[in-house]
Design a protein around this ligand. Sequence first.
Ligand SMILES: Cc1ncc(COP(=O)(O)O)c(C=O)c1O
Length: 454
Amino acid sequence: MTKFKYTLEESQMPRVWYNIQADLPKPAPAVLHPATKELIAPDDLMPLFPAALIEQEVTQEREVEIPEPVLDILRMWRPAPLHRAHNLEKALGTPAKIFYKYEGVSPAGSHKPNTAIAQAFYNQQAGVKRLATETGAGQWGSSLAFAGSLFNLEVQVFQVRVSYDQKPYRRFIMETYGASCMPSPSNETESGRAVLAKDPDHPGSLGIAISEAVEVAAQNKDTKYALGSVLNHVLLHQTIIGQEAMMQIEMADTYPDVIVGCAGGGSNFGGLAFPFLGQSLRGGAKPRIVAVEPSACPTLTRGKYAYDYGDTAHLTPLTKMHTLGSSFTPPCLHAGGLRYHGMSPLVSHCKELGLIEAVAYGQEDCFAAGVLFARNEGIVPAPEATHAIKAAIEEALRCKKEGKEETILFCLSGHGHFDMTSYAKYLEGTLRNDSYDKNTLATALANLPEVSEK
Ligand SMILES: Cc1ncc(COP(=O)(O)O)c(C=O)c1O
């Protein structure tokens, strides 16, 4: 009998998160204070995050125990299934075996609740009453709203204006969970007002929305900030994806030759890839690991590896990462979750060490891949996830050309049920492969902060 799904029992769910920092051949560069540009102390982060998350941000331990209350919630939808894409393989005529780890089974529809639940738990334990955050695709905002409702936390979401306009139903989901959601740039904060003063019709960016949320957290004692990607502790929480996938791919009696994930801030990519990369660094098999980004916001493939701020108003710490410059406003592509000027410092570091590869594709090509996937596998993918599908298809076609029976594993990070405006545009033929303005990028890169390496 042809097997389509590899599922685990609830009792098989991983009980620890995996930390890639324990296995890296060289430690990642230090994080610096945004004002002094000196090494940051854990205490400097206390206005923004609870102590437990700061500890996870810097720990070098290989494993971090997942608290029981977090496991109890994750079990509502986890372990997530691993699927074999038999129909897509047939449609492509490839000898390759294509597997995808499907994270769209979570209540919010993506991998984001994996960290939202953990972050809400630690904040509640620390006595925090309110969380402020940004959202690009609406997926993270919905996930934190869901987590906030379970842990009795108020949640205030700044949704990037273009995404707020493109997908009104994401806002209603956040409000259904009890969160408040406003378009960013907003009049609520100094950083938002400064942007609106220059351009009242600004489409917003994740960098601006982060500034607004950080400002709210820094100015209110009962409020902390929560970030849906980029940071070490977020990638740590997402490694539950890769650890499950390792058990499931073993059930399928194979091992990936290629691992693929889309990368906005790097969390679903790192979550899937890091447990495999760790095994490889400890002497195991060495799969190729490919991060996929939009060619209109090509952080890893065209960005500079340099110290930069995570936000536009320069309130966040300085991290060394691949960046397009914090003042760069990416074009309004439909994969809002991939529309970020920076990248996870850990993913960037791995790229610099030659441990991972990166590719970029245009959004029209990615939607074409997403539609082909939907017509064969039945799931309508989130626009972000179509980037991983596109790269997986390219790998499968390469296998066909080379006559190779490789195993390809990718992360289907979420479903696209609230992204139908963008599918409508693709289907009516008005969605294009966007490109960025080269002069704006050059200016943003020329304005990177001057920092002496510590
Ligand atoms: C479905 C989905 N996939 C991917 C991403 C990109 O984020 P990350 O790179 O942190 O996985 C997002 C971000 O919003 C998302 O909603």
